[in-house]
Design a protein around this ligand. Structure first.
Ligand code: VY7
Length: 170
């Protein structure tokens, strides 16, 4: 099994504000959908709550929600009471960890791939991406500069893959 993290971050690492994402970038949603469709997605309960109701569960994907709350249930969500339990239910191919900040921090050590959409904005935020640290090979699309969204926002897609196998996969 491969554990992949996917997020979109602005300058300064901002990924969220007030329970949502502080920009609207349709090309990022298309990229997110393209990469995650057909797979298992793992998210924290706050990220589940943040999804627009008509996208809950995310269609075409197995949705696993991590919460410590023993009572929590939602239609279309499979509940896990730890990240470890959530990843244990994956078994095959790639499991996508889709947020948010707390869950990314917990998952980083077992991730072998990270897909980051870098958004060239400087919004106010209350949630940040984790520091990924050393030991990752980086490639980006486009190689130089940014794409420009139909919304006018500049962005690029960055792929990080581990130089070294993740802890627990050695
Ligand atoms: C944001 C939405 C926000 C507002 C309206 C619709 C990257 C993202 C995430 C998680 C974006 C969001 C949506 C419409 C399409 C839906 C998903 C929800 C689908 C992430 N790069 N971008 N995210 N969506 N982890 N990484 O939650 O979503 O995929 O079918």
């Amino acid at each position: 099994m491969s554990v992949a993290l996917i997020w979109a971050e602005a300058r300064g690492g901002v990924i969220g504000q007030g329970g949502g994402i502080p920009w609207h970038l349709p090309e990022d949603l298309a990229h997110f959908r393209e990469l995650t469709c057909g797979s298992t997605v793992v998210m924290g309960r706050k990220t589940w709550d943040s999804l627009p109701e008509r996208f809950r569960p995310l269609p075409g994907r197995r949705n696993i929600v991590v919460t410590r709350d023993a009572e929590w249930t939602a239609e279309g969500a499979q509940v896990a009471h730890s990240l470890e339990a959530a990843l244990g239910t994956g078994a095959d191919e790639t499991v996508w960890v889709i947020g948010g900040g707390d869950i990314y921090r917990q998952a980083l050590g077992t991730a072998d791939r990270i897909e980051i959409t870098e958004v060239d904005l400087d919004p106010v935020g209350d949630t940040r991406a984790p520091e990924v640290g050393e030991g990752w090979a980086r490639s980006q699309d486009p190689v130089d500069g940014f794409h420009e969204s139909k919304s006018g926002i500049q962005y690029r897609f960055v792929t990080l893959t581990r130089d070294e196998p993740a802890a627990g996969q050695r």
